[in-house]
Design a protein around this ligand. Structure first.
Ligand SMILES: Nc1nc2c(c(=O)[nH]1)N[C@H]1C(S)=C(S)[C@@H](COP(=O)(O)O)O[C@H]1N2
Ligand SMILES: [Mo]
Length: 243
């Protein structure tokens, strides 16, 4: 594991995405990050249009978009102080400012959203940075099993590594064509559409790569460690939990 400052991790990200050496001046502007990552062969989102997607067992669709928070005290956002960090059992740790994150190339994903309390939303349109790219850049140690998402108000949730590498999992910046609203997780949230929505961490600040299974906030209170809606993994005693 290497620990490096902002500039060093950005420089390595550039090298990874482009496979070419980059002049320091380009790196410093941040614009180079955008250009170079676009040149890497990025993933296409895999989520199907809603009409082609079946409904997971036990879910029903709602018209409004409920807001679920563990605390009424929604965290604020100071773009100058905000940082996104990646650390843990990885070769390349990351620390990016808001200005850097918003220059990363994004993809659009149209997908359904399934809360473990049984409400679902159809055909939400999200735009964000594929988490697959973050995983590839971070270069996890071979024994990594999960990533713990850390949020501004203290919420945590654990995501199996394989779901972080799915092509429709995002660091989402926008929802239905607009920047994320505070109640839906501004400025940045995780979107893991193949798992129940408690895995889609709002107010995301960090991703910690871990070699042991460890529950996050809701998983600690008895929700499933994986949470696959197609297998109806709602509670920890439902089949398929790794521990
Ligand atoms: N930081 C944070 N992320 C969170 C939560 C939370 O309380 N805090 N709730 C989770 C739960 S249980 C659900 S169902 C979804 C709801 O997302 P929404 O409020 O945007 O509908 O966010 C998830 N992400
Ligand atoms: Mo939820």
């Amino acid at each position: 594991m290497r620990r490096n400052g902002d500039k060093a991790s950005r420089r390595r990200f550039l090298k990874y995405t482009a496979g070419v050496a980059v002049a320091a001046t380009v790196v410093a502007t941040g614009y180079g990050v955008y250009e170079l990552i676009k040149r890497a062969d990025g993933p296409e989102p895999s989520s199907q249009p809603t009409d082609e997607r079946p409904t997971p067992p036990g879910q029903y669709y709602v018209d409004d978009f409920p807001v679920y928070d563990i605390t009424p005290n929604r965290p604020g956002f100071d773009p100058a102080a905000w940082r996104f960090r990646v650390w843990g059992a990885v070769e390349n740790e990351v620390e990016w400012s808001w200005d850097e994150v918003i220059q990363l190339p994004t993809v659009e994903v149209v997908t359904d959203f399934h809360c473990v309390t049984r409400w679902s939303k159809k055909a939400l349109v999200w735009e964000g940075i594929p988490t697959q790219r973050i995983v590839e850049f971070a270069d996890p140690d071979p024994d990594v099993v999960q990533v713990m998402a850390h949020c501004a108000e203290g919420y945590t949730t654990n995501i199996p590594l394989e779901y972080m590498s799915m092509e429709d999992s995002l660091l989402a910046l926008s929802f239905n064509g607009e920047p994320l609203t505070p109640e839906h997780g501004a400025p940045l949230r995780l979107l893991v559409p193949q798992l129940y929505a408690y895995k889609s961490a709002k107010y995301l600040q960090g991703l910690e790569f871990q070699t042991e299974w460890e529950p996050g906030y809701w998983e600690n209170k008895g929700y499933h460690l994986i949470g696959d809606p197609w297998k109806e993994q709602r509670l920890s005693h439902d089949p398929g939990s790794p521990i």
